[in-house]
Design a protein around this ligand. Structure first.
Ligand code: TYM
Length: 329
């Protein structure tokens, strides 16, 4: 039997290079591995944990579905899941998990603190419970590996704690899931400071950006004189070189580093032009496929329905076992 692997992306907007390199590429790698069956989820309920527009949520969910399929999610091999289609099961499981985790634990998570800073007027119970719903997503399918970026590590730590406690208190046999890391587990912001993020305007390149847009966005990354002056390179330059490594390879990055340290210096105009072209080359087939999919809404709807049906069967078995072991009638 193939092992199921769960990963999810929130329905908060179009996918960017961070989502693609940190998560989707890992999902595609596991999809190609015959030992595993991937479950690609759009976690729309998680999108409700920060302020959102109810009139846009379903469209945003659909956009992520299209992005997944365009990136190479193969419905013959993998499942596609819109989380709210099995929301009854996942949220019920999350509630049972909340009986074994303290409020203090959740309040101390760096991911929670970051969101509190971003949305001080929206510190809701839903936000506090975010990691438990994520634990339910993962453990409902007993996923041992989770392809996500490094920023998700605190949530996986909570998932492992939930698994350990449920196993020791109630005799369940949940795995303690580990992160499946990709080369792009941390994609920097185009500004050089922090990570590329949907919530920071100008920090990202979207999967559907054309060459001109990619060039314009890269133009904003701050650079320096191009030569080492004894001080470490600025964070903008480090971010650019990281992106070079991801899209043009480590050798190319080392070539630039040599120019920076003891050569003629880096000409950033050329570096950015070449980098934009390399990114565009990787993204072009994705948005061509996406345009095709946009013409086939019935086909896409069917994939959503099929995925939900299969996922429901598995998650409801897990839920039944948890209820029974926890003493419910
Ligand atoms: P979300 O939507 O914030 O992020 C989706 C995925 O993209 C990765 N990511 C990055 N990776 C590298 N560099 C970046 N700059 C970058 N920005 C985002 C994230 O690490 C993530 O893998 N909590 C999850 C959603 C979720 C989930 C789950 C994931 C809910 N339930 C169960 C896995 C399993 C999240 O942060 O989504």
């Amino acid at each position: 039997m193939k092992k199921l692997i769960f990963s999810g992306i929130r329905a908060t907007g179009r996918l960017h290079l961070g989502n693609y390199l940190g998560a989707v590429k890992g999902m595609l790698e596991l999809q190609a591995d015959p030992d595993y069956e991937m479950l690609f989820a759009v976690v729309d309920i998680h999108a409700m944990t920060t302020p959102y527009d109810k009139d846009k949520l379903s469209q945003q969910t659909y956009e992520v579905v299209l992005d997944y399929l365009a990136c190479g999610l193969d419905p013959e091999k993998s499942m596609l899941l819109v989380q709210s289609k099995v929301g009854d099961l996942h949220t019920e499981l999350a509630f049972y998990f909340s009986t074994v985790i303290t409020i203090a634990k959740m309040q101390h998570l760096p991911t929670f603190k970051e969101k509190v800073k971003q949305h001080p007027d929206n510190v809701t119970m839903a936000l506090l419970n975010y990691p438990l719903l994520m634990a339910a997503d993962i453990l409902a399918y007993r996923s041992e590996l989770v392809p996500v970026g490094i920023d998700q590590e605190p949530h996986l730590e909570v998932t492992r704690e939930v698994a350990r406690k449920m196993n020791s208190l109630y005799g369940l046999d949940f795995p303690e899931p580990k992160r499946f890391a990709t080369k792009g587990e941390y994609v920097p912001s185009l500004f050089g400071e922090g990570k590329m993020s949907k919530s920071v305007e100008g920090s990202f390149i979207n999967l559907t950006d054309d060459l001109e847009t990619i060039k314009k966005r890269l133009a904003k990354t701050p650079t320096d004189a191009g030569k080492s002056d004894g001080k470490p390179a600025s964070s903008g330059v480090v971010a650019l070189l990281d992106m070079v490594a991801l899209f043009e390879g480590e050798d190319k990055k080392n070539e630039y580093l040599k120019q920076y340290m003891d050569g003629d210096g880096i000409r950033y105009g050329e570096l950015k032009k070449e980098l934009a072209e390399a990114i565009y080359k990787e993204l072009q087939p994705i948005w061509e496929k996406r345009k095709e999919l946009e013409k086939k809404p019935d086909y896409v709807k069917q994939i959503i329905e099929d995925g939900a049906k299969k996922a429901r069967q598995i998650a409801s078995q897990t839920l039944a076992e948890v209820k029974e072991k926890m003493g419910l009638l």
